[in-house]
Design a binder for this molecule. Sequence first.
Ligand SMILES: [Zn+2]
Ligand SMILES: [Zn+2]
Length: 287
Amino acid sequence: MIDLHAHTTASDGSLPLEELVIMAARGGLRALAVTDHDNVQSARRINGREPLEVIPGIELSVFDHALGYEDVHVIGLFIDPKHETLNSKLDSLGREEQKKATVAKLNELGYEITYDEVKAKSQGVVGRPHIAMVLMEKYPSEFPKMADVFNKLLGRGQPACIGRESGFGLGEAIALIHAAGGLAILCHPFIYPYDADALASKFKGLGGDGIEVYYDYAANRPSVPTTPEENARLMGRAKELAGRFGLLESGGSDFHGQGKRGYQELGIFGAPDEVLAALKAARGKPL
Ligand SMILES: [Zn+2]
Ligand SMILES: [Zn+2]
């Protein structure tokens, strides 16, 4: 088994790279991709001496106002994490500004939290879950669960949902991943409020390489109850989209660590080994 989607403390995971790698080896994985949100801090520390194949990756958040896609995720696999353009683009993303604006909006709505409190919750890049953690701590009766914060305040269409000013366009994300030597993979195609067929078609049209077929919606999206049968059907649909649009298959656990949503261990859910072989074969061809 391989796992091509996992997070470390550099974004919203709870394990640093070293511990993630140890857990992956212990879980019997043949390969692991490190795909933190909008940063390559952990990917840059992969040294090739790990006890299993560790692939440098990234999960970019796309905010494409022209196409109407908000917060669509695109993974870059096999990127060069030291690539200069990639790093300078990431530095200028404005993620921090967006989180500060969200905190300001929450203050306006009467919630007394500060950006420093939010930052203290994160060991790397500040994300919306860190804002939610502070709200859960300060207003436990109003927000017993993280999902409550998202449903009431931070989720799409809610009063404290602030769009990112300077997100990547879909085509821009794909081009940036290609420039850094990677393959662009459309992540978890069925979690968005968009038609997955149209999204996959657009993604392919803009040069995208693959799509996540192996993904556990039930584990990663507890706010939407998903039966094992429904999950199997969604994976089947993704496989069908891959075939129809000539996209490579990818997938993984979207592991965030212990105490986080989804899997608590690596090596329980992943993609078959053939998936990696096919991705590598495609990588050898000119893009
Ligand atoms: Zn994602
Ligand atoms: Zn992820």
